[in-house]
Ligand binder design. Structure first.
Ligand code: UT7
Length: 328
């Protein structure tokens, strides 16, 4: 069995941050950021909480799907940047959208989050025939965890949300999930509160590199190496189970981290760059929201069409990686 996306929606924060704006905080320039990452601008949440962005995206997805929110049986939200330790983003979205009959939980697989949730939604739909629709919401506000004094990381990320309503379908679906926790220390942000207790009030060394309290730390070079390998690996994890080759795919929708990662991975996969959806130039890296934002925009623009075979490929902190192949 497969999965069908009935409707999608997105929410982007009002504020836009252009590359040149970063010269106010760090020594950088537009040319370096464009050529080393492909990013030109990104959105930045100001007053918008993560649950609000997620709920707005979800309302649009539900409207486009043309369903009643009461028929949604499950809300899965993906985020690494929740406003609260509890309640979950999923519970907030459930309430805001009127999905009163839905169970709700969050998943944190960082930038692979949406693909992990897509796979999970598929499993729920496959094993529970009473479940009609699953709402998947990816919402992130990475800017709240960025160290705006670290030029190699603060220029990469952006904020935003996207959502999809999915149902059971008798079409192609294959997926694969993976993780390498030994790379956890390469890309992390400590929880607020824990930061003070563990790093300041004790001598315990947890092995995580020193960083400004809860701000994001990244070993860019190591994560880059991981990412270029993880992307083809995640594709094959899903594709090989179903005997699918890169040439069978109409569109690859990869996590939007760095254009050079996508180009290298495309080469490694033996697939032409023209088949890769790229939106990182205007959104930056929005973690788990990056794949559904790219998907949503490409559908709205008429680039991705019904019946085409898509490969969603996530990779990121954790470290995690995931691939899902399905018919749009
Ligand atoms: O979603 C999670 C996944 N995250 C990623 O996929 C990120 C993976 N990593 C990367 O994309 C790249 O490693 C970065 C974009 C973070 C860095 O690019 P790089 O080509 O690996 O640069 P680098 O770290 O080798 O730095 C080269 C130079 C350094 O200067 P020196 O030491 O050669 O004098 C950096 O200090 O570029 C400097 N640099 C900058 N210069 C201007 C680093 N950041 C900047 C900047 N502006 N923003």
């Amino acid at each position: 069995m497969g999965i069908k996306i009935l409707g999608m929606g997105s929410y982007l924060p009002e504020q836009t941050l252009k590359n040149d704006d970063f010269t106010r905080f760090v020594e950088t320039n537009d040319e370096w950021i464009r050529t080393r990452t492909g990013i030109v601008e990104r959105r930045m949440a100001g007053w918008e909480p993560v649950w609000y962005m997620g709920s707005e995206a979800a309302k649009k997805a539900i409207a486009q799907a043309g369903i009643s929110p009461e028929d949604i049986g499950l809300v899965i939200a993906t985020t690494a940047t929740n406003d609260f330790h509890t309640p979950s983003v999923a519970c907030m979205v459930q309430s805001e959208t009127g999905a009163v009959n839905a169970a709700a939980f969050d998943m944190n697989a960082a930038c692979s989050g949406f693909v992990y949730a897509f796979d999970t939604a598929h499993r729920f739909l496959a094993t529970d025939s009473s479940l009609k629709y699953v709402l998947i919401v990816a919402a992130e506000a990475l800017s709240r965890f960025l160290d705006f004094g670290d030029r190699s990381s603060c220029i990469l990320f952006g904020d935003g949300a996207a959502a999809a309503v999915v149902e059971y379908s008798d079409t192609l679906f294959t997926s694969g999930l993976g993780a390498d926790g030994s790379g956890g220390r390469l890309l992390y942000a400590r929880a607020v509160g824990v930061a003070e207790e563990v790093k300041i009030d004790s001598d315990f060394d947890d092995g995580f590199p020193e960083k400004r309290l809860h701000k994001l730390y990244q070993d860019g070079k190591e994560v880059y190496k991981f990412a270029t390998k993880a992307l083809p690996k995640a594709f094959h994890l899903a594709a090989d189970k179903a005997g699918i080759a890169p040439g069978d795919i109409d569109w690859f929708v990869p996590h939007q981290a760095n254009i050079r990662i996508i180009e290298t991975a495309a080469k490694n996969l033996g697939a032409p760059m023209e088949k890769f959806i790229v939106t990182l130039d205007h959104y930056g890296n929005t973690s788990s929201a990056s794949i559904p934002l790219a998907l949503c925009e490409s559908v709205e623009k008429g680039i991705i069409k019904r019946g085409q075979k898509l490969a969603l490929i996530g990779f990121g902190a954790g470290l995690t990686y995931a691939g899902a192949i399905f018919e749009y």
